[in-house]
Design a protein around this ligand. Structure first.
Ligand code: NAD
Length: 518
């Protein structure tokens, strides 16, 4: 590492993350880095089971609660207070984006991501690239423009109403393991842009990535008191939130449905969520042999990149029978080419092999179901047994059975390299639409067809927050250039774009000036 980078980063993924010299993650409190007293013992190196990180197992959190008081409910800034902070944050984005343009810095973060969340080099670099472009998008004056309001003339001279985007004040951000850089950075920056002060908790398996990025942001001019960062177990964070006595005015949660629902109750609804995805793709009736290779590649990537550990991963694939003979063999062939050595397939961090096998076996008991490919463990690997290691897998389920009492089982999100395939004919399109209606998660979706009337029919009867349509449609996409988030739920949060930031991180305030003349 160049000497100037050594001044910023404290963990070197190319060297230090090994049992002899494990990297150490710190908390950030009151603007100061705080070393842990006790460390997690249950976070092995996902590729070989060895020790590679010391992550604080914080249990004493009263100071984090006390520190919530430093941000009033009117925020650190708002359109009528400390407006220079909009410009300061624009500068931080400019500086951080410039640093991320340095090949050594982007390679550093890509490697760091890969050490904790093993996925292919291109997936890791993609995450760094999205983060950089997001920062470029909000450089210069663009933070201030996020807080753009409006005005309307009043009923009489001297009266005028103006709408403002107002912060919440002290907020909390909880992020999962699968996008260790992109999710926490984009949400934290969005929260800050709108004037909030976040307390941040990232899954301890991967929190080193955000911690090192926070060091970079502070180096780029972010005041270190602008946020607190805590490393603790999920349940401890749940307790902290409950003990905080309403001082946290909004929690933005990204993670599983179970935790999202628990927090919704505990926090009395003061929550915005990006929760589980059971994402569908419908391949329409307009089979075209020229598109078949493209469509197959996209299906393979949507289902199995990052070993299926994307909330946007293709979970269920509806294939019109006209594509069957061409597409299904292509999918099996592409899946068979994925290799552990380049992390096209790799460890599954939240499902063990026995849980995966149990799910596969219960689906294979459904009448007419069939293992299309996969179903076995990876071979020749040293992935620890508390993590899963499954070959890319697909199970076909007959459409009539999907709509039986097995619906809940078939549409359970498996956070791993696994998908359900359902074939349908023209006459069965209503069964497809019925299935889409019954799926409870409404995150991403894809309609692979250039038949405009078919697209219109499916689009008009569904609600997914991020839906691609057209022959190139995908379920996984880059969130810095379009909205990403669920729809059809009043708690939905978004990530990535101007609209996502404004709707997640600010609320509407209207000020009516009424000064006369008398
Ligand atoms: P998880 O819910 O177990 O954990 C997510 C985060 O919540 C972690 O930081 C965890 O430590 C924390 N947490 C756990 N219990 C908590 C509690 N009681 N109180 C407060 N915080 C708690 O999720 P996971 O299984 O690790 O992650 C995968 C899930 O996340 C999948 O369901 C996936 O679809 C979803 N996800 C959704 C999006 C999205 O944008 N919608 C993005 C990524 C992941």
């Amino acid at each position: 590492m160049k000497p100037e980078l050594q001044k910023i980063f404290t963990v070197d993924p190319f060297k230090e993350m090994n049992p002899d010299k494990p990297g150490e993650v710190c908390n950030l409190l009151e603007g100061k880095w705080v070393q842990g007293k006790v460390f997690r013992k249950d976070l092995p190196d996902p590729l070989n089971g060895g020790v590679f990180l010391r992550v604080p197992d914080t249990n004493e959190y009263s100071k984090y609660i006390d520190n919530l008081d430093i941000c009033p409910k009117s925020g650190l800034h708002n359109p009528l207070k400390n407006v220079e902070r909009y410009l300061l944050l624009g500068d931080v984005c400019t500086n951080a984006a410039e640093l991320l343009r340095d090949k050594e810095v982007s390679a550093y973060f890509a490697k760091l991501i890969q050490r904790v969340m093993p996925k292919s080099a291109s997936q890791c670099l993609g995450e760094v690239r999205v983060t950089r472009i997001f920062l470029e998008n909000f450089s210069g004056d663009n933070v201030r423009f996020l807080a753009r309001g409006f005005s309307n003339p009043g009923d009489h001279l001297g009266q005028e109403s103006s709408g403002y985007r107002w912060p919440f004040g002290s907020v909390c951000i909880i992020a999962p393991f699968n996008f260790p850089l992109e999710i926490p950075v984009l949400q934290v920056m969005g929260a800050l842009f709108m004037g909030n002060r976040p307390l941040v908790k990232v899954d301890s398996r991967v929190s080193v990535v955000f911690e090192q990025f926070l060091r970079l942001l502070i180096h780029c001019g972010l005041p270190s008191e602008d946020l607190d960062f805590i490393n603790c177990k999920g349940e401890v964070m749940g307790d902290l939130l409950k003990q905080s006595n309403g001082k946290i005015r909004l929690t933005q949660f990204t993670g599983s449905k179970q935790v999202a629902n628990k927090l919704s109750v505990d926090l009395k609804g003061k929550i915005k969520i990006e929760d589980a995805g059971f994402d569908w793709k419908v391949i329409g009736p307009d089979y075209d042999p020229e598109w078949s290779k493209y469509v197959a590649n996209q299906c393979d990537e949507d289902a199995y990149n990052a070993s299926g550990q994307k909330c946007s991963a293709q979970s269920i694939l509806f294939v019109h029978r006209s594509w069957e003979k061409d597409l299904l063999p292509r999918l099996a062939d592409l899946a068979s080419k994925r290799e552990l050595r380049n992390l096209d397939i790799g460890p599954v961090l939240t499902w063990t092999n026995s849980q995966l096998n149990e799910h596969i076996n219960s689906l294979l008991k459904i009448k007419g179901s069939k293992l299309l490919f996969g179903g076995q463990e990876l071979t020749n690997h040293s992935i620890p047994s508390n993590y899963g290691s499954l070959r890319p897998t697909a199970i076909e389920i007959p459409i009539e059975e999907l709509l039986s009492d097995k619906f809940g089982l078939v549409t359970k999100e498996v956070f791993g390299p696994f998908q359900v395939v359902v074939l349908y004919t023209d006459k069965q399109i209503n069964l497809v639409k019925k299935s889409l209606e019954k799926i409870t998660q409404n995150l991403t979706a894809a309609i692979v067809s250039n038949d405009v009337l078919f697209q219109q029919d499916i689009l008009g009867s569904t609600v997914n927050g991020t839906t691609y349509t057209g022959m190139r449609a995908r379920t996984t996409g880059a969130p810095q250039n379009h909205w990403f988030g669920p729809s059809g739920d009043p708690r939905s949060a978004g990530i990535g774009t101007r609209e996502a930031i404004v709707s997640t991180w600010s609320s509407h305030r209207e000020i009516i000036k009424d000064v006369g003349p008398y």
